[in-house]
Write a protein that binds this ligand. Structure first.
Ligand code: COA
Length: 188
């Protein structure tokens, strides 16, 4: 008997009150392509700029597939359950033993509704519980105040500035580093 029925969510799926997070699928390419035209996503993340349809295809067919296959760099598309709309992506990249870095963006249209915070909390909870992480890191280029405020609200502790640390398309930026340790999330 097959014990996986139609109601079993695919592996890697996470659900919160308002959101569904699942590994990217080919059908997500158009929405990812559209979302990544946003200048703020291009300014503050490592996505290619200009962002082409092939870049969304590469993310879905290569980065996401490899990330899940090696189990080291899982990524998710984040959907509002009520509408089925893509509202963002999340990623958790392996950085060392028991240590990973969270990364995210939100579609311009969905910002300010607490979706990213809800998704970050779910991904961190999963990382600690399912991956046994000890430390989840957050970095952002210095000046990314929205992301910094979000990380603080999620319970991260700011640790300082790492100079000329974060590479973005061949250029290095100063970054803020913060971390959330196992057990701290419950107290946030
Ligand atoms: C940063 C980003 C992901 C925030 O997404 P969002 O869905 O709007 O965030 P949320 O609605 O979940 O915000 C949660 C909290 O973060 C903080 N925050 C988010 N956006 C903020 C802003 N523009 N100014 C100040 N604080 C902000 C607030 O504390 C907010 O809680 P509140 O609304 O109760 O005050 C979004 O602006 C984005 O995609 N930016 C471009 C890409 C990027 O910077 N990615 C992160 C790279 S490190």
């Amino acid at each position: 008997m097959n014990d996986i029925d139609d109601t079993t969510p695919p592996p890697g799926t996470l659900e919160t009150e308002r959101l569904l997070l699942r590994p990217p699928l080919p059908e997500d390419v158009p929405a990812i392509f559209e979302a990544c035209q946003d200048p703020e996503i291009q300014r503050w993340t490592v996505v290619p700029s200009p962002y082409r349809r092939e870049d969304a295809e590469f993310y879905v067919h290569k980065l996401a597939v490899d990330g899940w296959a090696g189990a080291r760099n899982p990524v998710w598309c984040v959907f509002e359950k009520a509408t089925g709309t893509l509202v963002g992506t999340q990623g958790l990249s392996h950085r060392g033993p028991g240590r990973a870095e969270i990364g995210y963006w939100a579609t311009a249209a969905s910002r300010g509704r607490g979706f990213t915070l809800e998704a970050v909390r779910a991904v961190c909870r999963w990382g600690f519980a399912e991956r046994g992480l000890r430390r989840i890191e957050w970095t952002a280029y210095v000046g990314n105040e929205p992301s910094r405020a979000l990380a603080l609200k999620a319970g991260f502790t700011m640790e300082g500035v790492l100079r000329s640390y974060g590479e973005q398309r061949g250029e290095f930026h100063d970054v803020w580093m913060a971390s959330l340790l196992a057990g701290e999330q419950e107290r946030a």
